[in-house]
Design a protein around this ligand. Structure first.
Ligand SMILES: NC(=O)c1ccc[n+]([C@@H]2O[C@H](COP(=O)([O-])OP(=O)(O)OC[C@H]3O[C@@H](n4cnc5c(N)ncnc54)[C@H](OP(=O)(O)O)[C@@H]3O)[C@@H](O)[C@H]2O)c1
Length: 332
């Protein structure tokens, strides 16, 4: 007889905006249950629990980590708290899916990974791109050599929801604010995923009154004249995209939201091909599925978003921030 599929009891740590989206998608999975939630505010935890049918709610994060019946925790606090909150969970032997940016800097990311290794517990950064079919297809095409070598990559991520409150997470240095760590890391990831670590990096940033970047441009140089540029901004309604210019054609990755994405393959002399995917294949639940598959297989990290990739990304983000003069006081 086939063994019954385990139902994983998820704990939600910090029920903010993205936690709500995650919980909505988690409800679509038949091997996941939103079991518990923890907020700094009891009423907020209670409201979230009743909305999503969680049986437990807590007014502090440590109690969630200590709950014996919680199988895995999703961390959705601002990035300046990811290291602290991940360590609380890992020390309580709870597997962790931690929102991006993984940490504030490389040192904190290393501490999280060491804690996971010491406690022999699973840890993964909730980074959607490598889970998404458009990215997998683009990578497959590039690796096949069909388009020749990559000559240039241009990636961008921008929105304009101004006017902003300077104490909001996006602009507040105490909460890890800034366009690079919030949205710029997506096109930076793309460049690293397709081209690897560059030989040199140069930047130019527009700094908000709070000291963090409200817009940033980054240029990456590689050998043989290959290069890439990245742009991120809280004041540009640019949307999200990455163009990969190769010797024999161009790949265009676009998404208007995590679940609405497409890939255009443009090879001169051929009809432009546009691939789109069912929304069910593209969302946050792919991350939750990957976590549960890894736990099922007894893995301590995911091959799709391994610790080495989170570290590589954090290291490059640190480098970009140093070049642009973006400092998180007391942390860098
Ligand atoms: N993967 C994605 O697509 C995606 C999208 C958006 C955001 N994110 C990431 O997810 C994280 C949360 O983003 P969000 O937009 O959901 O933020 P948010 O709406 O502000 O929620 C963050 C939550 O963190 C908790 N928190 C703990 N300490 C806090 C503090 N000192 N100040 C403010 N909040 C604090 C709060 O919950 P309680 O007070 O109730 O405990 C708050 O609701 C960020 O790291 C962000 O980069 C990821």
């Amino acid at each position: 007889m086939k063994p019954m599929k385990k139902i994983y009891n998820w704990g939600i740590l910090a029920p903010g905006k993205i936690a709500r989206k995650f919980a909505l998608e988690l409800q679509e999975l038949n091997n996941a249950k939103i079991y518990a939630v923890a907020s700094r505010d009891r009423q907020r935890a209670k409201d979230f629990a009743s909305e999503f049918g969680a049986v437990k709610y807590y007014d502090n994060y440590k109690a969630l980590a200590a709950d014996r019946d919680v199988d895995v925790i999703y961390i959705a606090s601002p990035h300046s708290f990811h290291a602290e909150h991940a360590k609380i969970c890992l020390e309580n032997k709870k597997p962790v899916l931690c929102e991006k940016a993984f940490a504030l800097n490389q040192r904190e990311a290393e501490e999280m990974i060491s804690s996971a290794a010491k406690n022999r517990i699973f840890l993964m950064e909730a980074f959607t791109s490598p889970q998404q079919p458009s990215y997998k297809e683009a990578k497959k095409l590039v690796d096949s050599g069909e388009l020749g070598k990559i000559k240039y990559i241009q990636g961008w991520f921008g929105f304009n929801k101004s006017p902003y409150n300077s104490s909001h997470r996006l602009l507040n240095p105490q909460l890890g604010g800034g366009s690079l760590l919030d949205i710029g890391l997506y096109p930076v990831f793309d460049v690293l995923w397709f081209l690897g670590i560059p030989l040199s990096i140069s930047t130019s940033a527009e700094i908000a009154s709070t000291g963090v970047d409200q817009s940033i441009s980054v240029r990456f140089e590689y050998s043989d004249g290959v290069s890439a540029s990245v742009f991120a901004s809280f004041y540009s309604a640019s949307g999200v995209g990455t163009d990969i210019l190769c010797e024999r054609g161009t790949l265009r990755l676009r998404r208007s939201s995590a679940v609405d994405q497409w890939l255009e393959i443009d090879i001169p002399g051929e009809e432009v091909k546009c691939l789109t995917w069912d929304t069910g294949e593209c969302g946050l639940k792919q991350e939750a599925l990957e976590v549960m598959n890894c736990l099922e297989a007894g893995k301590l990290e995911s091959d799709k978003m391994p610790h080495s990739m989170s570290l590589k990304l954090m290291k490059v983000l640190d480098h970009i921030r140093r070049k642009a003069g973006i400092i998180y006081p007391g942390r860098d």
